[in-house]
Design a binder for this molecule. Structure first.
Ligand SMILES: *Cc1c(COP(=O)(O)O)cnc(C)c1O
Length: 351
């Protein structure tokens, strides 16, 4: 607290990211990073980009990367926006598309950064409760609004909606922007990107942090109607004209082109997710059906906080959110097979 703070800063509700710890002895299952990491072709492209050319500013529009993303997803480059992680892309989307006199609608349980953006930008919001099984009910979004935002699959639940539901939501809200955060879509859900051709109010946001194993590079993107994208560009060019460095652009291009690596990540994650789910269920956990690279689980007898503390003593990090309805749930990243076995053995001792 300081008397030099602005009233805006006093009113902020900063997001708390999961703990980062660099000790390789620890098992880190708290921030949904990929145990498979980036592909070799990405590392080669990054090494290649380390050169005296770094004296130059990067292309402010990252045209080469936007062209690759556009081709990959069957849209025009004018329908693609890129930013410094999808968190930044989402922030620009809140300011560009979701700040209106009517409140923005979002689930009561979803990515906590959305509430932080609302506080930062002075955006009214209304939380719509998920169902008892933590499913999003699109019928409950039929009310006047200044926009809608949620993650699909949702975070931290891992539950996904079918595209037919997303399309109904878009049709029921033609006058609102719908921002769909697909941070985890590559792990098994269907992307709504094809719907942007029919729905000029849809903005789909994705990241290279999770499925492409590049959380450290900071690259995210959005796809939507060119008019939505130019709104994001107006915000970006009023804030930071060069959000992506030359290294990030080079690495991201290689990552988008390596579809074989993505396929491998998809397959391996689905197998390990099933292994983790069955293991947890055997130990007495209720595990929500997940289409993400994490599971959301609660033990029938043990409180969430005590499980997190007991795992921490064994140098295993998982994520818990101390908020109503989910304080006893753990969000556990699908790690590699050794990490899953160590986690299950530790939980076996604890419970
Ligand atoms: C991880 C995550 C993001 C942020 O991804 P970055 O691209 O690393 O900023 C966005 N939304 C959700 C739901 C996430 O879990």
């Amino acid at each position: 607290m300081s008397r030099f703070w602005s009233s805006t800063v006093h009113a902020l509700r900063p997001y708390t990211p999961g703990e980062q710890c660099n000790d390789p002895e620890w098992i880190k299952l708290n921030t949904n990073e990929s145990p498979l990491g980036p592909s070799e072709s990405v590392l080669a492209a990054l090494r290649d980009a380390v050169s005296p050319r770094l004296k130059l500013y990067p292309d402010p529009d990252a045209a080469s990367l936007r062209a690759v993303i556009a081709r990959h997803h069957g849209v025009e480059p004018s329908q693609v926006f890129v930013g410094n992680g999808s968190d930044e892309v989402l922030a620009h989307a809140f300011l560009a598309l979701l700040k209106h006199p009517l409140p923005v609608l979002m689930p009561d349980i979803t990515y906590n950064f959305y509430a932080s953006y609302c506080a930062l930008f002075g955006i009214e919001r209304v939380s719509i409760p998920l169902s008892g099984a933590f499913q999003l009910d699109i019928a409950s979004y039929k009310r006047p609004n200044g926009g809608i935002v949620f993650a699909n699959p949702n975070a931290p639940t891992g539950r996904a909606l079918p595209l037919s539901d997303i399309e109904s939501l878009l049709e029921a809200n033609p006058a609102s922007a719908v921002v769909l955060d697909e941070a985890y879509v590559d792990f098994g859900a269907a992307t709504a990107i094809p719907l942007v051709h029919r729905h000029p109010n849809l903005l789909v946001v994705q990241t290279l942090s999770k499925s492409r194993g590049l959380a450290g590079l900071r690259v995210g993107f959005a796809i939507g109607h060119a008019d939505l994208i130019s709104g994001l560009e107006r915000v970006k060019n009023s804030f930071n004209a060069y959000p992506l460095g030359s290294l990030a652009i080079a690495g991201a291009i290689a990552a988008m082109q390596d579809t074989a690596h993505l396929e491998r990540v998809r397959t391996v994650t689905a197998i390990r997710r099933a292994l983790l789910t069955v293991g947890l269920e055997t130990l007495g956990f209720d595990v929500l059906p997940s289409l993400a690279n994490f599971v959301f689980a609660r033990h029938c007898q043990h409180a969430g906080a005590s499980l997190v503390a007991a795992l921490r003593e064994r140098r295993i990090l998982v994520r818990r959110f101390a908020q109503p309805r989910i304080e006893d749930h753990l969000r556990i990243t699908v790690g590699d097979e050794a990490q899953i076995q160590t986690l299950l053995a530790a939980l076996g001792e604890i419970v």
